[in-house]
Design a protein. Structure first.
Length: 131
């Protein structure tokens, strides 16, 4: 029995068909907010793609601060490090991320880890630290 891998589509188009499209042509398949962003900043997206492909050819890491960049089909398969305000978070771009911003996958706030209070945080801990 053969297991068929489900072919991933975006709005009825396969990834190969979407890769052949221009960035502005791909914008027609996006929801309104992302479409507006792509149509206003398509030069910035195209410049990012060409620069990142040059870095891939030189086997360099792709690092960026552009958290508002919309993910387009030409970016699928890339490994991009997105800045979260403190460090660069590595992201593998997959088909399900199309139409989302890079910043959505590089969280700026970490989960709070509650543990013991530090020295000086409570009145009792001040007395213990002097002993």
């Amino acid at each position: 029995m053969e297991i068929k891998k489900k072919e991933i589509t975006y709005r009825g188009k396969t990834i190969e068909e979407l890769r052949k499209l221009d960035v502005r042509e791909f914008a027609k398949f996006l929801p309104s907010r992302q479409r507006r962003t792509v149509l206003r900043n398509f030069q910035e997206i195209e410049k990012f793609i060409t620069r990142s492909q040059e870095k891939i050819a030189k086997s360099k890491k792709i690092k960026t601060h552009l958290r508002d960049l919309v993910i387009v089909p030409q970016m699928v398969g890339m490994k991009i490090q997105v800045h979260n305000g403190n460090s660069f978070i590595p992201i593998d771009i997959i088909e399900e991320m199309l139409g989302h911003n890079l910043g959505e996958f590089s969280l700026t706030r970490s989960k709070v880890k509650h543990s013991k209070a530090g020295v000086g945080a409570t009145k009792g801990s001040k007395a213990n630290s002097k002993k």
